[in-house]
Every structure is written in structure tokens, then in C-alpha cells.
Design a protein around this ligand. Structure first.
Ligand SMILES: [Mg+2]
Length: 187
């Protein structure tokens, strides 16, 4: 694996964050349907406070097939995300927009990662975003493929063997969001 030693941030740098496994714990049942199921991972809230200073744009890009399968409604997902963003803000962080794709995997639409729809929508709504200066942080190969296709730097959280399998799409790996943000903040 090739590691970059210097990460250059510009006004066009955006931080794209996967949700489950990056911001919050994954659950055994697979779907997080309400705030009772939603637990921020250690260090995430303070990392987001630091990230808010470093990045002009911070987005969440998340596949949420539970909606497409009818296991939760759009309104329930939106309510969960409003609460999540409020919690982040309460701790000094900021999420500029949450993009979510409700399609089940089988549907394989343009907005479901690894397809690039959510990224292109973010860039359309925030034209200052420069993908080459931006980062996709996720815990799966799907996230890495999404970032790679858009020409972003790819940061894997955790050590998913699938995500690390060749051809390797992972530019850098960390155990948590805090470690990644710290690696930028110390440069
Ligand atoms: Mg994930």
C-alpha cells in the first residue's frame, strides 16, 4: 500500500463521510432505525469539531436501504439525521449536508455507493468542491470505490479485508475518524 505523507488542504477540500462504521457503531441487526440504535464512535464528536475548522465542506454520504425496503420511512431517516447533526453541532462540529440513498442493493441506482450520484449532487450544490483535494472516509470497499471513482483521496476506517483486497483502492488507513483528523491537523 502506498501512503501519502502530506495531505494538502485547499478551499476546495471537502470531507465526505460514510455514516455507519465511521460516525456511529454498526449494529448486529444491520439497520439503525432510531436514535436509540445510534451510538457515536469514540472520539468522533471531538474529531468533527476539529474537522469543522479544517474543512470548508463536510458531507455525510450514506446508503440506507432500510428505507427502500420499507423498514423505515424517509421521515424517520430525516428525523434521525436532524438529531445526529444537532448532536454534532452541540459539540462544536458541523455537517453541511447529509446525502442518503434509500435504494436496496439490488436496485443498484446512480445514487447508491459505489455509484457516484451523491458525490456529484454535492458538487453541484457546493460548486467550490474540488474532488482531487477532497477525502472519502469509509469502512467498506464500496466507500473506497466511490471515492476512487470521483478522484478523491480514500481513507479506510478499520481493516475490512474486502476493502483492502487488491486492487487496493485504499490510500490510507486509520482505526477511527479521530486518528485521521489528527493526522491532518498535525501537518
Ligand atoms: Mg459504513
Amino acid at each position: 500500500m502506498r501512503y501519502r505523507t502530506v495531505w494538502r488542504l485547499t478551499a476546495g477540500s471537502a470531507l465526505f463521510l460514510d455514516r455507519d462504521g465511521v460516525l456511529n457503531r454498526c449494529v448486529d441487526t444491520g439497520y439503525i432505525r432510531n436514535r436509540e440504535d445510534f451510538a457515536f464512535l469514540p472520539g468522533v464528536l471531538s474529531a468533527l469539531r476539529e474537522a469543522a475548522v479544517l474543512f470548508r465542506h463536510i458531507f455525510v454520504v450514506t446508503n440506507q436501504p432500510a428505507v427502500g425496503k420499507g423498514l423505515m420511512t424517509d421521515a424517520e431517516l430525516e428525523s434521525l439525521h436532524t438529531w445526529m447533526c444537532d448532536e454534532i453541532a452541540r459539540h462544536g462540529g458541523r455537517i453541511d449536508r447529509v446525502y442518503s440513498c434509500p435504494d436496496p442493493k439490488e436496485a443498484g441506482g446512480f445514487y447508491r455507493k459505489p455509484a457516484v450520484g451523491m458525490g456529484l449532487r454535492a458538487q453541484k450544490e457546493f460548486p467550490a468542491v474540488v474532488f482531487a483535494d477532497s477525502f472519502m472516509v469509509g469502512d467498506t470497499r464500496t466507500d473506497m470505490a466511490f471515492g476512487h471513482r470521483l478522484g478523491m483521496h480514500t481513507v479506510l476506517i478499520g481493516d475490512s479485508p474486502t476493502a483492502l483486497a487488491p486492487p487496493c483502492l485504499v490510500e490510507r488507513r486509520h482505526d477511527g475518524l479521530a486518528a485521521f483528523i489528527n493526522s491532518i491537523a498535525t501537518i
